[in-house]
Design a protein around this ligand. Structure first.
Ligand code: N01
Length: 570
């Protein structure tokens, strides 16, 4: 297929590069989107990437203890049999260097790097309606013009550094886990304070404690965690993976969360307490995210969830020797897995070390950071290093920082003032030809990410192919379909315990001033995939197609009404 502009990067202005598609981000999603648009559709494509290498999340998140919580044999692309066959993971959960080796291998194998502009931060993107093109500005001053703008910026890429008074005066070093120095941080002999006990903090604390003179963990909300049971993969398991690619693909693409295990069909109260205990014991021994798959109703029924919560709290009490510390760690105020459930390697055991202290911020909150440490209401902690494991402005933060302006100068920031509104997490009305990979309103962070990413990239690629085959210039989500989808996203969330958690980043509650809206789609990846396929099969129902120079009312497809979305469930 020929490109809309013929030769790649033809431009009358040297400072402006014109291509068919611009993809922002060179992580899992950006790499695959480049491959699909360039090599399958024959488009000219530029990927703009802020970092100096591929990897996205894994380029930035190199904090101590960082490890993917998805099992390695499912944390990969499934589109290429050859790639599946030639790659072998070494551990149950891969560390960033191994994931980066994998993504570099993919980029080299498919010759992707020649179309990636590294060190390029996008600062603005404006839709030029007359030309039906997007104008993109970057920090370096280099500009791009493109028909299709695709964001591949990840969901948790804008670091949240809380505005605690005094940080500027701190004389020691401080780091956010999501912006970790590539050369690493030497903790030896140092007094370290770690703020945050989410998935990241729970991974980091044991590794920091093993190096530091002393580690003080500042905990605001206590958290559940299940042992990851990481280990090198046995030859037998590697062999199994090599012989079962099709089956593993089939499982990850048909389970609600994209992981390589199925959710049990039994319900908690189908079993008596002793049988239930045996199920939990076995799940604890197996470890990992699949603990939540032990029963089908853990996320739908609070009484059922309470049994898992109690089991996990008892484990904490059994592991941690100091009763006061154990109680602070087990004083968890939300249902199990209603926030992203962490998995760990020796997290609770770390609090039995002589060089580790837990500070319960619920009882003794942080007042300020001083030049020499952290001052809580009742104590002062002298520190050489502060580690912020304080999470991200998730799902919308990075998209909003792109300063996107759509039709008639309307900004994404304004359109999302009351919370993100998308159709299928893929498009926003008023922003034609802008596609958001794993955008808010799609399963994204509730799913094993590469599985969600492959589905989105393939859907977007098929949609663009369809447009080009039918000489359609513009694709835009309809407002009615968008409203209906947002309603469905809320309905799906409300069928679960997830929106009941006050301090959840799924709801934007971790960022002051951010609207409280449940952002990911909780109806399950398999259902979501079926809905997206159905929308495409019906001629892209809920999207309006039009030609340049024509008004969108002159729709080329028949759908001016909203879609018929099947009812949610978990
Ligand atoms: O961030 P979080 P994270 N004072 O927002 C605390 C993914 N991930 O980086 O709960 C004191 O979950 C905050 O306290 P509270 C995964 O999707 C993936 O840990 O708001 N504390 C909380 O304890 C995960 O969910 C992998 O009360 C403050 C912590 O900081 C997502 O990243 C591995 C505070 C933030 O927890 C984010 O996890 C690791 C303040 N002012 C992570 N502000 C993979 O496997 C915040 N906190 C792919």
């Amino acid at each position: 297929m020929s490109t809309q502009y013929g030769e790649k990067q033809r431009s009358s202005d040297k400072a402006v590069t014109t291509v068919d598609a611009v993809v922002i981000g060179a992580g899992f999603s950006g790499l695959y989107q480049l491959l699909c648009l360039r090599d399958k559709l024959g488009l000219s494509v530029k990927v703009l990437e802020k970092g100096d290498g591929v990897g996205g999340t894994w380029y930035w998140n190199r904090y101590p203890g960082a490890r993917c919580d998805s099992e390695s044999h499912s944390y990969c692309y499934f589109f290429s049999r050859e790639l599946l066959e030639e790659w072998e993971w070494s551990e149950r959960y891969p560390e960033p260097p191994e994931i980066l080796r994998y993504l570099n291998h993919v980029a080299d194998k498919f010759d992707l790097k020649r179309d990636i502009e590294f060190g390029t931060l996008v600062t603005a993107a404006r839709y030029d309606e007359a030309a039906n093109l997007w104008d993109i500005e970057t920090e370096s001053g280099r500009r791009y013009r493109t028909t299709y703008l695709i964001t591949a910026v990840g969901c948790i890429s804008s670091a949240n550094i809380p505005d605690i008074p005094g940080l500027r005066d701190f004389k020691g070093e401080w780091y956010h886990t999501g912006q970790w120095p590539h050369e690493g941080v030497d903790f030896s002999g140092k007094r370290v304070g770690q703020i945050g006990t989410g998935s990241t903090g729970i991974q980091a604390a044991p590794v920091i404690a093993a190096k530091a003179a002393h580690l003080t963990v500042f905990q605001r909300t206590a958290n559940y965690s299940v042992p990851a049971r990481n280990a090198p993969l046995s030859d037998e398991f590697k062999q199994y993976v090599h012989e079962h690619h099709d089956e593993i693909r089939q499982i990850v693409q048909s389970t609600p969360n994209g992981h390589p295990f199925r959710i049990s069909e039994r319900k908690v109260f189908d079993l008596d307490p002793a049988q239930r205990q045996a199920v939990y014991d076995a799940a604890w021994e197996k470890g990992g995210l699949q603990f939540r798959a032990a029963f089908q109703d853990l996320l739908a029924n609070k009484a059922a969830n309470d049994t898992a919560a109690e089991f996990l709290k008892n484990k904490i009490r059994g592991i941690v020797r100091d009763p006061e510390t154990a109680e602070a760690l087990a004083d968890i105020d939300h249902p199990y897995a209603a926030k992203r459930p962490p998995i760990d390697t020796n997290y609770f055991e770390t609090f039995n070390r002589d060089n580790v202290t837990l500070v319960n911020l619920r009882k003794d909150p942080i007042e300020r950071i001083t030049p020499s440490g952290i001052k809580t209401r009742e104590h002062e902690y002298e520190l050489d290093v502060i580690v912020f494991a304080t999470g991200f402005d998730a799902l919308t933060g990075t998209l909003l920082r792109l300063n996107i302006e759509g039709r008639d100068g309307a900004t994404l920031r304004d359109f999302w003032k009351a919370g993100p509104k998308t159709y299928l997490g893929l498009q926003v009305p008023g922003f034609p030809n802008l596609f958001t990979i794993t955008g808010p309103g799609s399963p994204s962070v509730l799913c094993n990410m590469p599985v969600a990413i492959e589905q989105h990239v393939e859907w977007i690629t098929n949609c663009i192919a369809y447009m080009r085959e039918h000489a359609i210039d513009r694709c835009e989500a309809l407002p009615e379909a968008t409203d209906k989808w947002v309603e469905h996203v809320n309905e799906a969330a409300n069928a679960t315990l997830l929106p009941q958690v006050k301090h959840s980043w799924y709801l934007g509650a971790n960022i002051p001033g951010k609207p409280r809206v449940f952002m990911p789609y909780a109806g399950g990846m398999a259902r979501y995939r079926a809905i997206c396929d159905d929308v495409a099969a019906k001629g892209y129902e809920g999207f309006v197609f039009s030609r340049r120079g024509e008004d969108t009312a002159t729709a080329l497809n028949d759908f001016t009404a909203a879609t018929t979305i099947s009812s949610p469930g978990v």
